[in-house]
Design a protein around this ligand. Structure first.
Ligand code: PBG
Length: 326
């Protein structure tokens, strides 16, 4: 009996497979998240994120220049202050680490790389929450939004192309958009962490920013059980003026990513987070998996799932592999 359909024909050679590949990953779609710390000299490795470090100002400039040279889309800056307090005042200090780093990186790369900043207070608060606390110990939504708005303006004043509110406060995008517009920053892009889940996959990030969080963020980040809620969050962020919406984490949330991609007509980003990176790096270290193949497959699947933009700690590695493959 003859076999009428032979899909294997399109898989016969590398050239054939390349011709019919539906999804590609390109350095221009990748954003490298990087940590800049106050009071350190050089770089300090983050043990739970093998290959990633906190950097001082000189080194973060160098990292950004390298990202630009590799053709990446951007660098996402996270600040790690030397001292933290209840209101995260380091975030709003003129000489606060994230403010200084934003200016330094912008000075180094100009418009050759998109300078992006995390607009959130958790790196700056001594309790580790993403906002200021009300008397009852809960995160005070509206008071926090005022601080986010001021933070975003400070970042934009220092040349950030993109600000990325990640605290999951209600109305944060609108508060930031209003403040940016009122201060002459109409063209500063807001990439909103729109559907952000209360996830165990952020574990290594806590070490990366010296977080002292006890407890969890379940009163403001989303329940992993919910999908429809993600679409509500995305809709609200767009109504408030978000230019790009993000889904986070990526790998356990590819279904959410697909639904968001199908629901909106703006660019969609996915954050391939610290725990996702750490799992693969740990397995690779033990020789259990082929690191490059696995990273390529994961990034491809995040793109296939619907991400136009991927924030990933593998951005520089990926761009280097692409360079040497050519
Ligand atoms: C909040 C923020 C977090 C991450 C990015 N922005 C931590 C959190 O929400 O708990 C996590 C990123 C990662 O795990 O790689 N400032």
């Amino acid at each position: 009996m003859s076999v009428p359909y032979r899909p294997r024909r399109l898989r016969t050679t590398p050239a054939m497979r390349a011709m019919v590949a539906e999804t590609s990953v390109e350095p221009r779609q990748l954003v490298y998240p990087a940590f800049v710390a106050e009071g350190i000299t050089g770089s300090r490795p983050i043990s739970s994120l093998p290959g990633q470090s906190q950097h001082d100002l000189d080194n973060i400039r160098r990292v950004a220049e390298e990202c630009a040279g590799l053709g990446l889309a951007g660098i996402m800056l996270f600040g790690v202050p030397q001292s933290k307090d209840a209101t995260g005042s380091g975030a709003l200090a003129e000489d606060g680490i994230l403010n200084v780093a934003t200016a330094a990186v912008k000075d180094a790369v100009g418009d050759d790389l998109l300078v992006m900043t995390d607009v959130c207070l958790d790196e700056f608060t001594d309790h580790g929450h993403c906002g200021v606390l009300a008397g009852d110990g809960r995160v005070d939504n509206d008071a926090t939004n005022e601080l986010y708005a001021r933070m975003a303006v400070m970042h934009a004043d220092r040349g950030a192309h993109v600000v990325a509110p990640s605290g999951m406060m209600d109305g944060q995008v609108g508060a930031i958009r209003d403040a940016l517009d009122a201060s002459g920053h109409q063209d500063t892009v807001i990439m909103a962490y729109a559907a952000k889940y209360a996830s165990a996959f952020y574990g290594p990030f806590r070490e990366a920013v010296d977080s002292s969080l006890t407890g969890d963020r379940k009163t403001y980040q989303q329940d992993p059980a919910n999908a429809r809620e993600a679409l509500v969050e995305v809709e609200l962020d767009l109504a408030e003026g978000a230019d790009i919406v993000m889904v986070k984490p990526a790998l356990s949330y590819l279904d959410i990513l697909r639904q968001v991609r199908d629901a909106v007509n703006v660019p969609v980003a996915a954050y391939n987070v610290s725990g996702e990176y750490a799992m693969v790096e740990a397995a690779a270290e033990r020789g259990w998996i082929d690191r490059e193949r696995m990273v390529r497959e994961l990034l491809t699947s995040i793109r296939r799932g619907g991400a136009d933009i991927i924030l990933t700690y593998w951005a520089m590695d990926f761009a280097r592999w692409e360079r040497s493959a050519r």
